[in-house]
Design a protein around this ligand. Structure first.
Ligand SMILES: NC(=O)c1ccc[n+]([C@@H]2O[C@H](COP(=O)([O-])OP(=O)(O)OC[C@H]3O[C@@H](n4cnc5c(N)ncnc54)[C@H](O)[C@@H]3O)[C@@H](O)[C@H]2O)c1
Length: 322
């Protein structure tokens, strides 16, 4: 089976238009595609149009044209939404049975030369594709929230996924001005969430052990390495830290201390109710003067500024691994 040429994609089917599906819809519209959406919630259509309208000013700042609202349509069933779609992005709730059934329905309604991508954060493609007649075209395209702003998309296939489907998705997400990365083997949580989990494990351990307050541990990331990580990943940062000798020099000097720090990293039990109370109380105290709305506004404004700077330095985002 040959897949359609990714350069010929004009229409994206978006199934499930909650947090992620609505944001993907805005991203696909900004990339110039038609979007045909479906979601069974009674207020989903109105919410989708409202979300896209609210998201658009930020997308315009990143180079999108005026909102082409006539390119967005909402449909009563998944079958209707995927009819005429060149690729489908599935964003239904994170429940195995529900997704398996939905993907089987989409699979029946869509010609087999079109790719079906799932946004799932935690279910493997191998699990999702079991009820599909054409499992070769199922791939995970896991975005970072909100997908209309965040460039990263993690791409990984399952046991029955054809290698060309993964290649196809990589190319398609680049066309969407995203930064796809290819994951060679399925892992729970993919990559970025595992990295967040690893760092947060040590954050929780430091706070639980009373090494520093929750706000100071957060500041140790946000005012320090976090600023650099928005530019390069941790390995490239350490390659730079080695000066002319690069990572080799860095390792000659720091492998031993780094290994000893690794050996002393914490391993807290996040399901412990006492630990939960300690973390929540510490955060509530630290954020006493900041509402969630206020924090979200600062995050979104700053994120837009960072993306604008990175785009000015690097050019429009069209990267990703091969
Ligand atoms: N929220 C995140 O930060 C995030 C990030 C990356 C990936 N994801 C993944 O994206 C997917 C969606 O997550 P979300 O956070 O948008 O959830 P959500 O609850 O905000 O949205 C899910 C939507 O699916 C709809 N839905 C319910 N049954 C459906 C069906 N049978 N067919 C189609 N749509 C249906 C719901 O009405 C709802 O609008 C999940 O697989 C999740 O793991 C979430």
């Amino acid at each position: 089976m040959t897949l359609i040429d990714p350069a010929t994609v004009r229409t994206v089917g978006v199934i499930g238009t909650g947090t992620i599906g609505a944001s993907w819809s805005a991203a696909f519209l900004a990339a110039g595609y038609q979007v045909r959406a479906n979601d069974p919630a009674p207020d989903a259509e109105a919410k989708l149009f409202e979300f896209v309208q609210q998201a658009w000013p930020a997308l315009e700042k990143l180079g999108a044209p005026a909102l082409p609202i006539d390119r967005l349509s909402f449909h009563a069933t998944p079958e209707e939404a995927v009819s005429g779609a060149d690729i489908v992005q599935e964003n239904a709730p994170e429940r195995v049975e529900l997704k398996q059934e939905l993907l089987a329905r989409i699979d029946r309604a869509l010609p087999p030369d079109r790719v079906i991508a799932s946004s799932t954060s935690g279910i493997t493609a191998t699990t999702l594709q079991v009820r599909m007649a054409h499992p070769r075209r199922l791939v995970i395209g896991h975005p970072f929230n909100p997908p209309h702003m965040m460039p990263l998309v993690e791409v990984v296939g399952g046991a029955a996924t054809a290698p060309e489907t993964v290649d196809w998705a990589m190319t398609f997400y680049r066309h969407c001005a995203k930064h796809p990365i290819r994951i060679a083997r399925e892992k729970p949580g993919h990559i970025a969430n595992r990295l967040q989990a690893a760092l947060w494990r040590e954050v929780v351990s430091l706070v639980a052990d009373g090494v520093a307050s929750i706000e100071d541990v957060d500041a140790a990331v946000a005012y320090g390495p976090g600023l650099r990580w928005a530019i390069f990943g941790p390995s490239t940062i350490f390659h730079l830290a080695g000066g002319e000798g690069g990572l080799a020099h860095f390792l000659d000097h720091l492998a031993q201390p780094m290994q000893s720090w690794w050996n002393s990293l914490g391993n807290p039990d996040l399901t412990d109710p006492l630990l939960r109370r300690k973390l929540v109380e510490a955060m509530d105290k630290a954020m006493a003067n900041r509402s969630i709305e206020d924090l979200a506004a600062e995050r979104d404004k700053s994120l837009l500024g960072i993306l604008e700077v990175l785009e000015a330095v690097r050019g429009p985002n069209a990267g990703g691994s091969e």
